[in-house]
Design a protein around this ligand. Structure first.
Ligand code: TRP
Ligand code: ZN
Length: 868
């Protein structure tokens, strides 16, 4: 195994506080081409009454020398095996020094210190620091860092670390040194350095109390014109956190660095955030509308971590959702305030319901706060992030804004500078609100998606509505029976298209479901109401509620909750798709026609019109049987065709108006909504009649922004004939080949073409000059989108899609275990499918049998194969 001898399961219940603490860390990096020497000096003191030896983390470090209190250690003084350096008999307080050599140029895992193109950068979360030098690489050891960086001045004019620059001077042989000091104690996972030839875009932010903060975005010269949107987003986030949470930035400098080779989206290192270029650069030529919104939300997410994560951090990695769930909730609320709140909520719910629900129903299911793991990198999941955010949202719903923000304030004050647990967070909320949250805590403990079934009967004579709500919590691996959860269910009643008043002008009630089953009644109703339930998606649950087509049509037309309207339209679409004939109920088409003719914002119209993703249809089917992705695809295409035909006039008007628009591109919520509606309309028209591909081709050549261009190109590539497909692909590549991020989209549009022959295309593209196995964005664009977003090709009946993914995992798993392990997700749920189970299992078994299997991939494969 890569790390630690045999893969070892770590349990939350085994947590022990550290035997030693490190007050301060002094680091010196001497960067040369092909070798970097790292010198570190740790001021350590004992943290318990025991006589434990000193055990430091350090992975694949070449030791040059070790000292304790200035005395050089020899081979007999220490033991260095399996990533642990053990020194017996140390004093209660001492200074440890290490000199080690590492080779960032050969680091393909992109954890620790590595080289990306011309720059050096670090990624320490979760356990990358130990690949740089020795330390106590766990989040509950907080130290102040002083960092000196020395490198060639011509190649690496820019040398950055956390905190403030304290000095800089030239050294011999054309080298120079810059020294940084971060006054805020932090865990090793928030440490970072960057060295390279970077250009900078600078601006400032003035805090509420009048302090001026320097903001700097560092990029390679080629990307210097793409930073404005990230800068605006950063300033908006800083303001938002002051206004909403009363949190003011705590240093004089905030840096963002854009890196091409990066395992995830971005990283919140204290005052030195490091970003995947895909999450920070933006320009109409290289960024779609969704891309603009993603940059805004990721910049905000990382900035918000400065408090939820950095000033108050996690005690251990089982508490990961403490910082991630809370921060995702914070960034979602920020995005809602910056754009259309209702549409943002719908997008997030759609994502959670398809992807997190599937995770929770598969072999990797785990609680928001996991109980065990082999490799923590495998637990940066939709459950920890997105479901974790839903848990915080439920707290907000149950407590109300006043108590919730008081709880947040108490949390940030009480635990400032500390490493704490999810329980500490809930304690603060409980104390601030006086509400008993003991049952609510089960949301952190229990994996799986609860199911709420609703039963409603109306008594005409008495004007009374009786409802029964029942929750079920199905078993997940390792958790057989689960007690009921504390679930907020927001509810409203519509009578004659108007929201019924419950009293005091209230049209919504939040019912707190705590028992397995709960009955409630509403009286004084003049006629049978339409029930609007789980409003705002008030809890991350599946809802079983039979409602008539008439009721769903009313909800779409009259409900004031965007989520409920959207969910009703999805339910009608699900019914139409499951029907399989491609024949649509007139009511459904009429309801959508009224939406298009009505006054909803364009983005909302687009959401109501768009058919469910194939992944979300699959997730529903998996609830009742096996999934046939091919049948789903054809049924959905038939419904799309019928909708395109049924709404031809309205859709044609939308497309014509869109194509005639001469507005200058802006990533404003209004424009983004307009374009989304045009794209949805054109897709339905193309599905109904291939002659619309001529319009798509026209839009491709006329487009002035990547959103239009990409939508048009995708339609031609996915649905056009070979000649037009080749024409657009060639033109697109020739025009944009110098822009990595655009080329990635070019890969995605080919890897997601819904036809079995896409398998050969993807295979051929792995040999393309623009493809690079070492760059995670390229691998994600070509391989992960293929396996995750092209069910028709991935599940092609000859099994070639599975082999393709298996080969990719085998190829990457030792070089970049994090990427290989994530890539596997679509195959881990092989038991869901009506086809290919044996072939997928065989691929997993062949991976399991690899020598030198990384523990990341080992854990995922082992859990997927389960008891087989
Ligand atoms: N903490 C980061 C975030 O959510 C994500 C992260 C975790 C990460 N591990 C990583 C990013 C490894 C890059 C590489 O904002
Ligand atoms: Zn995060």
């Amino acid at each position: 195994m890569m790390r630690d001898g045999a893969p070892k399961t770590i349990y939350r219940k085994d947590y022990l506080s550290p035997d030693f603490l490190i007050d301060s860390v002094e680091l010196a990096f001497d960067i040369f081409d092909g070798r970097t020497r790292v010198s570190s000096k740790l001021h350590i003191h004992r943290n318990g009454a025991n006589n434990a030896p000193l055990v430091l983390d350090g992975e694949a470090l070449e030791i040059v020398g070790l000292k304790i209190d200035g005395r050089e250690l020899d081979q007999t003084d220490f033991r260095y095996v399996h990533g642990k350096l053990t020194i017996m008999d140390v004093a209660d307080q001492f200074c440890f020094e290490a000199e080690v050599d590492i080779v960032p140029e050969e680091n393909t895992s992109l954890e620790g210190l590595y080289r990306s193109r011309t720059m050096y950068c670090t990624q320490c979360e979760a356990e990358g620091y130990r690949k740089i030098t020795f330390g106590l690489d766990r989040p509950d050891v907080l130290s102040t860092y002083t960092v000196s960086l020395t490198a060639d001045k011509a190649n690496c004019p820019v040398l950055l670390s956390n905190g403030n620059e304290v000095s800089r001077y030239d050294a011999e042989n054309g080298r120079h040194t810059v020294v940084w000091h971060d006054p805020h104690p932090k865990p090793s996972y928030l440490f970072a350095i960057v060295a390279g030839d970077l250009e900078v875009v600078s601006d400032t932010f003035t805090t509420l109390s009048g302090k001026v903060v320097d903001l700097r975005i560092w990029v390679e010269a080629k990307d210097i014109d793409y930073c404005a949107h990230a800068m605006r987003s950063l300033q908006a986030s800083m303001r938002w956190d002051e206004e909403r949470y009363g949190l003011e930035y705590d240093l004089d400098l905030f840096n963002i660095v854009a890196v091409d080779d990066f395992n995830m989206g971005a990283m919140e290192n204290k005052s030195l955030n490091i970003f995947n270029t895909s999450c920070v650069l933006a320009h109409p030529d290289i960024t779609t509308d969704l891309g603009y919104q993603r940059v805004e939300s990721v910049v905000a997410h990382e900035y918000f971590h400065n408090f939820s994560g950095n000033r108050v951090t996690c005690r251990d990695w089982f508490q990961l959702s403490l910082k991630e769930g809370f921060t995702v909730y914070r960034d979602a609320e920020f995005s809602a305030d910056m754009n259309s709140r209702g549409v943002k909520r719908i997008e997030d719910v759609a994502f959670l319901r398809t992807h997190q629900f599937a995770e929770d129903a598969g072999p990797m299911a785990h609680p928001v706060r996991p109980d065990s793991f082999i490799e923590i990198s495998n637990f940066y999941t939709m459950t920890v992030y997105e479901k974790g955010a839903e848990v915080v949202r439920m707290l907000n719903t149950l407590l109300g804004d006043d108590a919730f923000y008081r709880g947040a304030k108490l949390y940030f004050e009480r635990f400032d500078g500390m490493a704490v647990t999810c329980d500490d967070f809930v304690d603060a909320m409980q104390e601030a609100s006086g509400k008993d949250l003991s049952q609510f805590r089960r949301w952190y403990e229990q994996a799986g998606t609860p199911i709420i079934s609703v039963d409603a009967t109306f008594n005409e004579a008495s004007g009374q509505l009786d409802m029964t709500l029942t929750q079920r919590n199905p078993p997940t691996p390792g958790q057989d029976s689960k007690p009921p959860l504390h679930i907020p269910v927001a509810l409203s009643l519509l009578v004659d298209g108007k929201h019924h008043e419950f009293g005091g002008g209230q049209t919504e009630q939040v019912l707190e479901l705590t028992n397995e089953s709960e009955r409630l009644s509403f009286t004084g109703l003049s006629k049978a109401p339409v029930v609007s339930v789980l409003r705002g998606f008030s809890a991350p649950v599946r809802l079983e509620f039979e409602q008539s087509q008439d009721d769903l049509v009313s909800l779409i037309g009259f409900d004031d909750d965007p989520y409920v309207r959207w969910d009703a339209s999805q339910r009608l679409a699900f019914e139409a798709i499951d029907d399989g004939t491609g024949h649509l109920a007139a009511d459904y088409v009429d309801a959508l026609r009224r939406v298009l003719d009505g006054s909803s914002e364009a983005a909302m119209k687009s959401q109501l019109l768009a058919l469910p993703t194939e992944a979300s249809i699959a997730d529903r089917h998996a609830q009742v049987g096996l999934v046939d992705v091919h049948a789903i695809h054809s049924a959905k295409m038939r419904v799309a065709a019928a909708l395109g035909t049924g709404l031809r006039e309205e859709l044609t008007d939308i497309v014509s108006a869109g194509m005639a628009s001469a507005e200058v591109y802006a990533p404003s919520a209004a424009q983004i909504g307009q374009r989304a509606l045009v794209h949805t309309a054109l897709s339905l028209l193309v599905a109904s009649d291939a002659s619309w591909l001529a319009t798509a081709r026209e839009l491709y050549f006329a487009a002035t922004n990547l959103s239009d261009r990409l939508c048009a190109a995708r339609l031609v590539v996915h649905h056009g004939d070979e000649v037009h497909r080749a024409e657009v692909l060639q033109h697109f590549f020739d025009r944009w080949k110098s822009e990595n991020l655009v080329v990635n989209q070019w890969f995605v549009m080919q890897s997601t073409r819904p036809a079995p022959s896409a398998v050969q295309d993807v295979m051929a593209l792995t040999e393309h000059e623009a493809f690079d196995w070492r760059n995670p964005n390229k691998v994600r664009s070509l391989i992960s989108s293929f396996a995750g977003a092209n069910p028709v090709a991935f599940h092609s009946s000859d099994g070639s899609g599975y082999t393709l993914l298996g080969d990719a995992v085998r190829r990457l798993q030792s070089g970049n275990p994090q990427i290989a392990s994530r890539m596997l997700a679509p195959m881990t749920r092989f038991r869901r499918y009506a086809h290919g189970q044996d072939q997928m299992r065989a691929e997993l078994e062949s991976i399991a049998a690899l020598k030198n299997l990384s523990q990341d991939v080992f854990e995922v494969v082992q859990r997927s194969l389960g008891d087989d």
